[in-house]
Design a protein around this ligand. Structure first.
Ligand SMILES: CC(=O)SCCNC(=O)CCNC(=O)[C@H](O)C(C)(C)COP(=O)(O)OP(=O)(O)OC[C@H]1O[C@@H](n2cnc3c(N)ncnc32)[C@H](O)[C@@H]1OP(=O)(O)O
Ligand SMILES: O=C([O-])CC(=O)C(=O)O
Length: 374
């Protein structure tokens, strides 16, 4: 066999199952969760409402939301054994490895014994992830043992307060909330598919989410927001960005934060996070990083007709909020755990073990030679 087998490579364009949770790129660009447009959700709902929607199929009413938020708040703290484990992870560890270990360790302490506990397990992970990330980060980088509870009402505000110890501004709370909504769910992307494959063996929620974290870690998936930030920071000006990107394309390098496996015209999350990034740039008082990002977007469209995906303007938005680059992808985990867990639950309702076939391209049948004759 010669050359790259393109048709069907990466399972592109093939349906691998059914879902009620999400549509991606139905007309080239849209994104819906349980029938709601993601733009509508970012304007008229909060991340906790979206989490409830994904787990229950409907948005909550006032009482349901209050009860759900109270439940999540009661689950924010970490067991001492997990805090001790996090203290042993070095400062130079990859933060996604910390998230993976934190998830897996919690699964030892509070296992999902049977599927009647699936909502509890999902909510526990959702509530605990900000503390898993920030407890490790602040202890390993600043020597501070943080209190894992805050008086912040929302997940976004809670995360920001754990990270800095300061009460976040309304603007920062809002942007974090929008960001968590945008990253919550995305149909059969690589990490969600990992979770569903794991779920299809009737494994537990913590194993499904641990596997998904490992898949999200890569730069072709969730890791792209960090890679985009690292790249943007090497550009001195919009003109410099265009010149350096031309060189990257000439060397056939991938530009992180651009392109998408499903969307063909645009990623609907980009226009939303880009607008918030612009607002944050004004508040920050120095818009150079935003201006450089806009130049990158223009250049990629003009030269390759490639558009920014969800990750690209998240980089500058998080930067303006003072979030360290190494925590960008872990924030994605704090959000996407909702989508992953919802897919695990959906897989369990109508399960058959996921086990595709492969086209064999190896050696013809042959006999084993005695080792002395090889
Ligand atoms: C939240 C998320 O996970 S969003 C995705 C985040 N990932 C990134 O931003 C990483 C950069 N982007 C990419 O690597 C790809 O666009 C992916 C992984 C997102 C999608 O990959 P695929 O569906 O396989 O698209 P594919 O790689 O076939 O792209 C088609 C062509 O566009 C090119 N291309 C696609 N994305 C890029 C990019 N970011 N930079 C440069 N060229 C690109 C490919 O090289 C390919 O060119 P070719 O036909 O000459 O080989
Ligand atoms: O759908 C994909 O392939 C990747 C993506 O954008 C996501 O998971 O949010």
């Amino acid at each position: 066999m010669t050359g790259k087998k393109l048709s069907g490579a990466g399972l592109r364009g093939q349906s691998a199952g059914e879902t009620k949770l999400c549509t991606v790129g139905k007309s080239g660009s849209g994104l819906t969760y349980c029938g709601y447009d993601v733009a509508d959700l970012t304007e008229n709902a909060t991340f906790e409402e979206v989490a409830y929607l994904l787990f229950n199929g409907e948005l909550p009413n006032v009482d349901q939301l209050a009860a759900y938020k109270a439940e999540l708040k009661s689950m924010r703290d970490l067991p001492n054994e997990l805090k001790d484990a996090l203290k042993h992870i070095p400062a130079d560890a990859h933060p996604m490895d910390v998230m993976r270990t934190g998830c897996s360790f919690l699964g030892n302490l509070e296992p999902e014994v049977d599927f009647t506990q699936q909502n509890k397990a999902a909510n526990r992970l959702l509530a605990a992830f900000p503390a898993i990330m920030c407890y490790w980060y602040r202890f390993s980088h600043e020597g501070v043992e943080i209190d894992c509870n805050t008086d912040e009402d929302s997940m976004g505000g809670h995360f920001l307060k754990l990270l800095s110890g300061e009460t976040p501004s309304e603007l920062h709370r809002k942007v974090m909330d929008v960001s968590l909504i945008l990253y919550a769910e995305h149909e059969f992307n690589a990490s969600t598919f990992t979770a569903r494959v794991c779920a299809s063996t009737l494994s537990d929620m913590f194993s499904c989410v641990t596997g998904a974290i490992g898949t999200l870690r890569g730069p072709l998936h969730g890791g792209a927001n960090e890679a985009a930030m690292d790249m943007i920071q090497t550009f001195k000006s919009p003109a410099d960005a265009k010149e350096k990107m031309a060189g990257m394309l000439a060397r056939k390098e991938k530009i992180m934060g651009f392109g998408h496996a499903i969307y063909s015209e645009s990623d609907p999350r980009n226009v939303i996070i880009k607008a918030w990034s612009e607002k944050l740039a004004k508040e920050y008082g120095d818009s150079s990083l935003y201006d450089i990002s806009v130049a990158c977007e223009e250049f990629m469209w003009d030269t390759k007709k490639l558009f920014c995906n969800a990750d690209f303007f998240h980089a500058s938005a998080y930067y303006f909020m003072g979030i360290p680059t190494k925590l960008f992808t872990p924030i994605f985990v704090c959000s996407r755990v909702t989508g992953w867990a919802a897919h695990v639950m959906e897989q369990r309702v109508n399960n058959r073990i996921i086990r595709p076939s492969a086209d064999y391209i190896g050696a013809e049948p042959r006999a084993v030679q005695p080792i002395s004759e090889r």
